[in-house]
Design a protein around this ligand. Structure first.
Ligand code: SAH
Length: 471
C-alpha cells in the first residue's frame, strides 16, 4: 500500500490554501464544508475567493508565500499555477512536518485528496495512489450510481436508534439481519420519498417485531426501449437489489444482464395457447406470491409500465392484496424512437400536442376518434400498429388528414438494428410492405415526421418521400 487512507477531522482546525484561482477556490470550499478554518494565501484573489473573504468565510494572506503562513496550520494545499511556489510550499511544510497536497503533483504531495462519493455520514473515498486519476473518476461514477441519496439519512436514522437496536437485539447475527432489512425494506423506501417521520415509525414497527420475516414488495420498473443506456439510475438500483425479476419478452438481454447475478429471472411473457387475460392473471398471482415470501420483486416491463403496459392493472391487483409497491418510470417507445430517428415530436413550427395511441384496441372498446386524430397541428404516435397500417392510413385520410401528411415508421427503435422509413401517409402500407417492416415498430404521423429526413443520425434511414418524388 503506497498511501495510507485516513479521514481527517478538520472541524475548527486551520488549513492553509496557497493560490488565488479557481482551483484554490474549489479546495477552500470543500475544506469549509468540513468545518475547517481556511486561510487563503495569494497576491490576488479571483472573484469567488474575494467574495468568500468579504463574507468572512476565509481569511486572506496577501503577497508571496513565506514560511510564516504555515503557523498553526494542520494541513496545507498548494494550488498555484507556479511550479516554483508549489515546490517551495511543499518544502516548507515538510520542514515543519505539516502534511501538504500539491494539486496534480503526487511527487510533491505528502497527502492526496481522494475522489469521493458523499452520502454523509457515509463517505466513500477512492484513490489510485496518484497514478490513474481517470480510473478513480470512473470508479467514483460507478459507485455514485449504485447508491441513492436515501443512504445518508438511513445511516443517520440507524445511528439514532443504535442503542435501542442493540438492547432489543443483543445477538450480533440477529442485529445484522435487522440492519439488512432496514436497507432493503420500507424504512429506506420512505426515506427515498423524503418522509423521515414515517420512516422512523416504520423502524419502530420493525423493532417491535424484529424476528418477523420482512414484508416483500414489488417495484414496477420501466426498462425503456431496449438500449441498457436508457435505463434510469433507479431502475438499475432496483435490478441490483432484486431477489426475483419478472420480465416481459420486449426487455432485452443487455438489460437483464445488469441485474444482480443471483436474482431469479422469470420470463412471464405470453405462452403459446394462452390468451392475454390468462397471461395477466398468471403474472398477478406470481407477483403476490413472490412478495408474500418476503422477496423483493422487480416487475420489469418494456418502455414505461404505464404506457400501454398494463402497469395500472398490476398495481390495482397489488393494492387489493396489500402488497407494497414502488414505480420507476421508463423511456417510452415514442420518446426513444423519436430521439433516435431525429424527430422533435412537438417542434413549435409543426405541432402543439402529442398523442400516444394504441392501434390495438380492446375488443369491447369504441373505434378510434378519427375526427380528433385527423385534426392538424398535432403529432400522433401509434403503438402496436404494424398489422394495422392500411386501416390507419385510410381512417386518417377519410377524416381529413391530407394524403401527403408525412409519416415515419421506426422499427427496433434505439437498438443497433434500428430502421426508419419515412413517406407520405397515402403510401404508408405499400412502403412498409416493400421494405418488410416488422414489429416492434412505432408509427409517427404528422409534419414533424419529415424532419427525420434532415435530422436522422442513428441506424438505417430510408427516405420514402424522396423515392416517391423521384419515381
Ligand atoms: N410500455 C411500452 C409499450 C408496450 S406496447 C412503452 O412504453 O414503450 C408495445 C409496442 O411498443 C410495440 O408494438 C411498438 O409499437 C412499441 N415499441 C416498443 N419498443 C419499441 C422499439 N424499440 N422500437 C419501436 N417500437 C417499439
Amino acid at each position: 500500500m503506497k498511501l495510507f487512507p485516513l479521514f481527517a477531522d478538520l472541524n475548527q482546525r486551520l488549513v492553509l490554501v496557497v493560490g488565488g484561482g479557481a482551483v484554490a477556490a474549489r479546495k477552500a470550499q470543500a475544506l469549509l464544508e468540513a468545518g475547517a478554518f481556511v486561510r487563503v494565501g495569494a497576491p490576488e484573489l479571483n472573484a469567488e475567493l474575494s467574495a468568500m473573504v468579504r463574507d468572512g468565510k476565509v481569511a486572506h494572506l496577501a503577497g508571496r508565500f513565506h514560511d510564516g503562513w504555515l503557523d498553526d496550520a494542520w494541513l496545507v494545499v498548494a494550488a498555484t499555477d507556479d511550479a516554483q511556489v508549489n515546490a517551495q510550499v511543499a518544502a516548507a511544510a515538510g520542514a515543519r512536518r505539516i502534511l501538504a497536497n500539491v494539486v496534480d503533483d503526487p511527487a510533491l504531495s505528502s497527502f492526496q485528496v481522494p475522489s469521493i462519493v458523499d452520502r454523509s455520514p457515509l463517505i466513500v473515498a477512492i484513490s489510485s495512489s496518484g497514478v490513474a486519476p481517470v480510473l478513480a473518476r470512473r470508479l467514483r461514477e460507478r459507485i455514485e450510481s449504485m447508491f441513492d441519496h436515501a443512504l445518508g439519512p438511513l445511516a443517520e436514522l440507524a445511528a439514532r436508534y443504535r442503542t435501542r437496536i442493540r438492547e432489543r437485539l443483543p445477538d450480533l447475527g440477529a442485529r445484522r439481519r435487522f440492519y439488512d432489512r432496514l436497507l432493503d425494506g420500507p424504512v429506506a423506501a420512505l426515506l427515498r420519498q423524503a418522509r423521515p417521520e414515517q420512516a422512523a415509525q416504520a423502524l419502530e414497527t420493525a423493532l417491535a417485531q424484529p424476528q418477523q420475516t420482512p414484508a416483500g414488495s414489488v417495484v414496477l420498473v420501466g426498462a425503456g426501449p431496449g438500449d441498457p443506456g436508457l435505463l434510469t439510475l433507479k431502475a438499475l438500483r432496483a435490478l441490483n437489489e432484486a431477489d426475483v425479476i419478472l420480465y416481459d419478452r420486449l426487455v432485452g438481454d443487455g438489460i437483464l444482464s445488469l441485474a444482480r447475478r443471483d436474482a431469479e429471472r422469470i420470463d412471464v411473457g405470453k405462452r403459446p395457447g394462452e390468451d392475454h387475460a390468462a397471461t395477466q392473471a398468471r403474472i398477478h398471482a406470481l407477483m403476490v406470491e413472490q412478495a408474500r415470501h418476503g422477496r423483493r420483486v422487480v416487475r420489469l416491463k418494456g418502455g414505461d409500465a404505464f404506457i400501454f403496459g398494463r402497469g395500472g392493472e398490476e398495481l390495482q391487483h397489488l393494492r387489493a392484496h396489500g402488497v407494497p409497491y414502488e414505480v420507476v418510470p421508463g423511456v417510452t417507445a415514442a420518446l426513444a424512437c423519436a430521439a433516435h430517428a431525429g424527430i422533435p415530436l412537438t417542434h413549435r413550427d409543426h405541432a402543439q400536442s402529442l398523442h400516444l395511441i394504441t392501434a390495438h384496441c380492446r375488443d369491447d372498446a369504441a373505434a378510434p376518434d378519427w375526427a380528433a386524430l385527423a385534426a392538424g397541428n398535432q403529432t400522433l404516435a401509434f403503438y402496436m400498429g404494424v398489422g394495422q397500417l392500411e386501416p390507419l392510413s385510410r381512417g386518417l385520410r377519410e377524416h381529413g388528414r391530407p394524403a401527403d401528411t408525412p409519416f415515419a415508421l421506426v422499427e427496433n427503435g434505439s437498438r443497433p438494428e434500428q430502421r426508419v422509413l419515412t413517406g407520405r401517409l397515402e403510401d404508408l402500407a405499400e412502403l412498409a410492405r416493400a421494405h418488410a417492416i416488422h414489429a416492434p415498430a412505432l408509427l409517427i404521423v404528422g409534419s414533424v415526421a419529415a424532419l427525420a429526413n434532415e435530422l436522422h443520425w442513428f441506424g438505417e434511414h430510408i427516405d420514402g418521400m424522396a423515392a416517391a418524388t423521384a419515381g
